[in-house]
Design a protein around this ligand. Structure first.
Ligand code: ES4
Ligand code: ZN
Length: 325
């Protein structure tokens, strides 16, 4: 039987976690105090009452508002370091962390402040025996020009960023909006991934663009692909990683999507389990494994396959992968 200890002790790769989504109300409160920022709340409990959402857009409103407290390089370092300690407790051996520079540059924070703080935490975390990399995401609801400017900044920090992702509000923001930015990023050696949210109406069309035209290495969420058997076959053949987040789905999509995960697992797709925004969805990666295992009666063997998939879909070298698998 799968126990919480089993899911915690299993070595895992975390491939879908937004660093801003690891900002707990406690750290938010502490950073507000340190930076002299008025959050409008007199206590952590009062702040927590606002953590109410049942859709991507209602979630994103709370998520972006919370980030105001992130001001200095040290703030970004502390945010990442607090997360990395939690990850180590979940036996995460390798993590590829999303960050959203535009959520900060649009508030007047310099790109260098964000990347230097986060990167320094990934270096210091090596002492904790965790391999941490950074994936820079474009906010898909902002104009293409803004993504291009952000990519120009990233090119100066090529050695500190492993890949490029795409997140935020998907409605009317298809992957092809950023075709040129993805192409430039790929030509510069970045790996590619993009969100394809389960509740998106044009989900299949968006996933098709990602697999057939943009040629991403991974799709974040993307479980709607089960509606198109030809695409599923293509994804399996190309060993495309799919990163599903059970607790996030439960909050935002009113469905854990375990049926889809099992179908993709059975069809040999490299699907794995992740945490998305753990400070907002009530659990870290081991809790996500346990939640889906409980609800869908997964066997230990299935859980181990999901964890192996997380390493296989990761962007570590083949030699390094061999050490984990
Ligand atoms: C996100 Cl759940 C989700 N979807 C899209 N963008 C995001 N950024 C942080 N969490
Ligand atoms: Zn996400």
């Amino acid at each position: 039987k799968v126990t919480p200890e089993f899911t915690r002790n299993l070595p895992k790769a975390e491939l879908h976690v937004h660093i801003e989504g690891t900002l707990t109300p406690e750290l938010r409160f502490k950073l507000a105090k340190r930076n002299g920022i008025d959050t409008g709340y007199s206590s952590i409990d009062e702040m927590k009452k606002m953590y109410n959402y049942n859709s991507l857009s209602s979630f994103l409103d709370v998520y972006y508002a919370a980030m105001d407290v992130l001001q200095t390089e040290q703030d970004f370092y502390d945010l990442a370091m607090a997360y990395l300690h939690r990850a180590v407790k979940n036996n995460v051996r390798h993590v590829e962390i999303f960050f959203d520079p535009q959520a900060h540059t649009t508030r007047g924070i310099k790109f260098s402040t964000v990347i230097n703080g986060l990167y320094r935490a990934t270096v210091d975390a090596r002492a904790l025996n965790i391999d941490a990399r950074l994936i820079m995401c474009f906010l898909r609801d902002l104009p293409r020009d803004s993504a291009q400017q952000t990519l120009n900044e990233a090119l100066k920090y090529k050695d500190k960023i492993i890949g490029i992702g795409l997140d935020s509000d998907e409605h009317n923001n298809p992957p092809m909006k950023f075709y040129n930015q993805f192409t430039t990023a790929s030509a510069n050696g970045f790996h590619l991934t993009a969100h394809a949210d389960p509740d998106q109406k044009d989900s299949i069309e968006h996933i098709r663009q990602l697999l057939e035209i943009i040629c991403v290495d991974r799709v974040d969420h993307g479980t709607n692909i089960v509606e198109d058997p030809d695409l599923v076959e293509l994804a399996a053949k190309r060993k495309i990683g799919f990163t599903s987040c059970p607790l996030s789905n439960t909050f935002l999509n009113a469905d854990m999507k375990g049926k889809e995960v099992l179908e993709l697992l059975n069809k040999g797709v490299k699907i794995s389990i992740h945490s998305d925004d753990p400070a907002y969805f009530g659990g870290y990666i081991a809790d996500n494994y346990y939640a889906i295992a409980q609800k869908y009666n997964l066997t230990k063997e299935q859980i181990v396959t999901l964890a192996c998939n997380s390493f296989e879909a990761s962007w570590i070298s083949e030699e390094q992968k061999a050490l984990y698998l």
